[in-house]
Write a protein that binds this ligand. Structure first.
Ligand code: G3I
Length: 317
């Protein structure tokens, strides 16, 4: 059957969707995930709060469940995420740590998790959302205690634990050229010059119709590829102010097509992942009141115009 992933595969790329553990119980949803897509990302299951709920006590149950589902359906898995300011376990967030202690905690966490998933994930979002909108470093617990060197250290520790896995930095609002993506460009160029292992840059692509399409997305993907990196669209969704109507759905379809074409225009843009594929399960409505309808399938798992736009862009590449 023709699927988004089979169309993407013809271009040497994958097409994926994130999934949360609870969504695997929705069998219609899980079945379509398993047939339409070639890659998945755990929405929450590999985050720090889930994987090291107590200091030094690791629990890979949630991530393992998604890996098992993926293997049974021949999906590859993107690991998400090792270092992030959000969804940290209470013991870590509420503790007071010296630089020496926090460095040891970070190294142990990264090493244990990357070793556990060695050979099971093809890529890791090693550090997630480390920049502010103005291109300064986000003052998360790691930055405040360790300084910006924690990023290179995290990449080195991840590489030591699995030399074969692709290592990414990942963020939102970096799809277009601007202060935030410029900061990543400068950082990654420096990391490369310093011999730090980094393979890819992840553009989350949580877009919203009311804010306009990212500025020169194709050129932006290209400049990161020109640094010798893979680029991936990692968390794509395109929300709108509800209710949806035919005009908004048409604009959304156009944007999904544009994102697909921007990726396909750059050889090293390796794949696209939706942050969930249907409006039935989406992180958006509870977070952005009055917004949603962001995915290419509706609440009833019916294809929206966005699906056809993606399929058309892939098929005509
Ligand atoms: O696990 C609890 C459950 O016990 C409780 O009953 C329920 C009631 O609220 O909450 C559950 O936790 C929720 C968790 O997802 C697991 O479902 C949290 O409230 C909720 O805040 C959390 O949201 C996640 C969000 O990251 C947190 O920032 C979303 O599912 C997840 O899709 C989202 O993903 C992020 C990426 O990791 C990074 N980029 C942005 C993206 C969207 O925010």
């Amino acid at each position: 059957p023709v699927t988004l992933d089979s169309l993407a595969e013809r271009t040497g790329r994958y097409y994926g969707s994130a999934v949360d553990n609870s969504e695997l119980d929705d069998t219609a949803y899980a079945d379509l995930l398993g047939t339409e897509f070639g890659s998945t990302t755990p929405g929450n299951g590999m985050k720090w709060y889930a994987t090291e709920p107590q200091r030094g006590v690791f629990d890979f149950t949630a991530g393992d469940e998604i890996v098992a589902y993926a293997q049974a359906h021949k999906l590859k898995v993107r690991g998400h995420t090792l270092v992030w300011h959000s969804q940290l376990p209470g013991w870590l967030e509420n503790g007071t740590w010296s630089a020496r202690e926090l460095r040891a905690i970070l190294k142990k966490h990264i090493t244990a998790e990357v070793r556990h998933y060695k050979g099971k994930v093809f890529a890791w979002d090693v550090a997630n959302e480390i920049m502010n909108e103005d291109g300064t470093y986000r003052e998360n617990i790691f930055y405040k205690t360790l300084g910006p060197g924690y990023i290179a250290d995290a990449l080195r520790w991840a590489h030591a634990a699995d030399p074969g896995v692709k290592l990414y930095l990942n963020d939102y609002n970096v799809e277009g050229i601007g202060a935030k993506s410029d900061a990543y460009y400068t950082l990654i160029k420096q990391l490369k010059a310093d011999g730090v292992p980094i393979d890819g840059f992840g553009m989350q692509a949580h877009l919203a119709l009311q804010y306009g399409f990212p500025n020169d997305m194709k050129g932006n993907i290209q400049r990161f590829a020109d640094l010798g990196l893979d680029v991936a669209i990692t968390e794509l969704d395109i929300r709108m102010i509800l209710p949806s109507d035919a005009a908004k759905l048409a604009q959304q379809a156009d944007w999904y097509g544009q994102v697909t074409k921007a990726c396909l225009a750059v050889r090293r843009c390796v794949g696209i992942t939706l942050w969930g594929y249907s409006d039935r399960h989406s992180w958006i409505p509870p977070v952005f009141e009055g917004q949603g309808a962001a995915l290419p399938w509706d609440e009833n798992l019916r294809r929206k115009p966005a699906y056809d736009a993606i399929a058309h862009a892939l098929a005509t590449a």
